[in-house]
Every structure is written in C-alpha cells, then in structure tokens.
Design a protein around this ligand. Structure first.
Ligand code: ADP
Length: 223
C-alpha cells in the first residue's frame, strides 16, 4: 500500500547573517495511512522543523515529500495552499484561534475558505464541536474558554473538513495534566476511526500513546 507520507532525504538549512544552521540532515521516513506517529527528541533536535516540512508549512532545502503519493515538490504555491486547506489539518501548541471570532466561527473558517455555504459550514462545525464536547461553548470567544477548551476547539477546526492527515505540534505543551489527557484522548479516538496523525511531543508519557515513535537527535532519525 502507498504510504500516506513519504519523505526522501529531507534536509533543512537556515541561513541567517551568513551563518548556516543545518537543522535536518537527511531524513527519510514512511508513515502509513491510519498510523498515529509521535515525533520525539530533546529540545532543538529538529522536531518542529520536520513537522513543518511534512505538513507543507515550509519547504525543505533538499529532498522530496510525497503525500498520498503526490510529489509535493512539484506543487505551485497556490496548489500547496489548496492542498493544505483541503487535505491537511493542524493543531498548534498555542491553539492559533482567531481571538475576535467565536468557537464555532473559528471552526467554520476552513469550510468557508473552501467555498462552502454559511449554513452548511455552521451545521458541520456544530457537529465537529459536539465531537469534542464543546457545543455548549460554541458562541464563546477564545478568551472566554480555558486552555483545554481552546485546544479542543482547535481540534474541532482541524478535523472539520475530514483531512487526510492531522499534524499536531506539541498540542499539550500549555495544558495541565487533565486537559492534556483530554486532548490525547481525542487524538486517540480520531486515530481509532482511521485518522492519520503526526504529533510532535517531548513528553514520553504522551509519545508512548502513539503507535510508533520517530526519534530525532541533531536533525537525524535515530530510531
Ligand atoms: P525542536 O522542535 O526539536 O525543539 P526545532 O525544529 O524547533 O527543534 O529547532 C531545531 C533547531 O533549528 C534549533 O536549534 C533552532 O534554533 C533552529 N531553528 C528553528 N527555526 C529556525 C529559523 N527560522 N531560523 C534559524 N534557526 C532555526
């Protein structure tokens, strides 16, 4: 079976003030459809940088990334944006909700950007909020929600358009233990239903819940 994600010899080098920093030094990996993979390693190992390349939020210096067998290095900027909008979902450590929009309006954004009608987007978003047990808070602003609730709203937004892959960058970094567990439970539940998930975490306890751990050290995969 074709892997959902295939990375071939990815490198990423940042250049600032004439100084080159090689953050990823030749990473190749496969992630299967429906897998829940944790990317782990100590701070500075390159975990977030790898996630950004795999999720098309950034472009690698060298190497190729195939998502569902599509060579993403051939995509134009516009095609990359479309690919992200239609086929990928994102969860960030700071939730990345728009502060002036209510919970449900935040969840509706990807659908409206895809051109869905207001009414249909609202229906779908409400269902998505129900799935994360947040429908009773749908008209609240992010500032009126706890951190855990904000992250659950962000998950509702990440899955509302049924993406091929969810990318989560340290989704529990700013949460207490109880909220972290709730977020992990949600990801596990999505995984059980067949969702492909790639999550960066530095917390062993949460990484251990994934099906497989890809461990990075100094920009290379060590196990
Ligand atoms: P991790 O997620 O494992 O903590 P990161 O991927 O965030 O690691 O960062 C890896 C290294 O790359 C760090 O040393 C960081 O300082 C460097 N780095 C990350 N982003 C940039 C950037 N935009 N410019 C220069 N260096 C960067």
């Amino acid at each position: 079976m074709t892997p959902m994600i295939r990375a071939q010899n990815i490198t990423k080098t940042y250049v600032s003030k004439g100084i080159e920093t090689r953050v990823l030094r030749g990473i190749s990996l496969h992630i299967k459809k429906g897998e829940f993979v944790a990317i782990m390693g100590r701070s500075g190992a390159g975990k977030s940088t790898l996630l950004y390349q795999l999720s098309l939020l950034d472009t690698p210096t060298e190497g190729k990334i195939f998502l569902s067998d599509e060579d993403t290095s051939n995509l134009s900027n516009e095609e990359r944006t479309r690919f992200r909008l239609h086929r990928l979902g994102y969860v960030f450590q700071d939730y990345a909700l728009i502060p002036d929009l209510t919970a449900i309006e935040n969840v509706m954004i990807p659908l409206l950007m895809q051109g869905m009608s207001q009414k249909k987007a609202e229906e779908k978003s409400l269902k998505s909020l129900e799935r994360v047990e947040l429908s009773h808070r749908k008209d609240n602003l992010p500032s009126e929600l706890s951190g855990g609730e904000q992250q659950r709203a962000a998950i509702a937004r990440a899955v509302v358009h049924t993406p091929d892959i969810i990318f989560a960058d340290e989704p529990t970094a700013n949460l207490d233990t109880v909220s972290s567990k709730a977020v992990l439970d949600l990801l596990l539940e999505l995984h059980k239903k067949g969702q492909t998930i790639v999550m960066v975490t530095h917390e062993e306890e949460y990484g251990a819940l994934a099906e497989r751990i890809i461990r990075l050290s100094d920009g290379v995969v060590v196990s």
